[in-house]
Design a protein around this ligand. Structure first.
Ligand code: HEC
Ligand code: HEC
Ligand code: HEC
Length: 159
């Protein structure tokens, strides 16, 4: 009798265990493929084929590239397209629900998508436009504040 009870108990335990496994397997199947417990920044796909530099390199070194570029331009008057902030903004456009490019005021802005995550604050957009120049996107995708030049938005974004 006790033996029989023990067997029933053992089978019950086994069934509960198998049911548990099935639930776990099912739940795992429902998860998105790259579900990771570590929250990652949601970086928007940029325009164009490739970045101004190798992706891994730009990810690590864009700060120094930009600052170097700025010093070259501001102090030495060298204005080339390579590593220009304007260039970054033209390619890395993020559009909002209204299909217009979002400015750095939005947490969805390309630069902020990562900086917010990394707790980095930059003051560049107090002077520089954070939205692309006219002509980069079709007319109906153009924000009102995208005036010519990288400093075009100065008056508007600083208000
Ligand atoms: C011609 C268009 C273009 C220009 C100009 C450009 N980028 Fe990119 N950028 C891209 C593309 C495309 C990728 C994605 C490459 C990939 O996925 O391998 C990228 C990737 C990146 C990444 C890595 C994002 C990630 O997913 O980790 C950073 C950071 C970045 N760019 C910053 C910049 C900065 C800063 C500038 C200006 C100095 C700039 N980019 C200029 C097109 C551009
Ligand atoms: C107080 C206003 C101001 C701030 C803040 C500012 N800049 Fe500039 N920046 C300028 C001016 C003015 C120029 C010169 C534009 C020209 O002569 O073409 C310039 C030029 C540049 C250039 C070369 C032109 C271009 O479009 O690539 C780069 C790169 C640049 N700045 C990067 C930065 C970065 C990165 C930051 C933030 C860390 C920043 N700037 C913050 C005013 C500012
Ligand atoms: C893939 C993530 C990522 C993206 C996208 C990104 N950044 Fe950064 N950025 C960082 C990190 C991380 C740091 C801090 C690095 C450090 O402290 O050494 C940083 C630092 C900077 C700095 C230096 C800030 C300081 O206090 O010295 C500047 C300037 C800068 N980023 C500009 C930009 C601009 C402009 C864009 C958009 C065109 C951009 N970044 C997009 C990750 C990113």
């Amino acid at each position: 009798m006790t033996l029989r009870r023990a067997t029933i108990a053992a089978i019950t335990v086994l069934l509960v265990y198998l049911a548990g496994l099935a639930v776990v397997a099912w739940a795992t199947e429902q998860e998105p493929v790259d579900s990771s417990r570590v929250p990652l920044p949601d970086i928007t796909e940029p325009q164009g084929e490739s970045c101004a530099e190798d992706t891994d390199f730009i990810r690590r070194n864009h700060m120094s590239l930009l600052k170097h570029k700025r010093d070259e331009t501001v102090h030495e008057g060298i204005r080339t397209k390579q590593f220009s902030l304007k260039g970054c903004i033209n390619c890395h456009v993020v559009t909002g629900p209204d299909k217009l490019p979002v400015s750095a005021a939005s947490p969805d802005h390309f630069c902020r998508s990562c900086h917010d995550y990394a707790a980095v604050k930059i003051d560049c957009f107090q002077c520089h436009s954070s939205t692309p120049e006219p002509g980069v996107l079709p007319a109906d995708h153009q924000a009102d504040n995208a005036l010519p030049g990288s400093l075009g938005a100065h008056g508007i974004e600083c208000k």
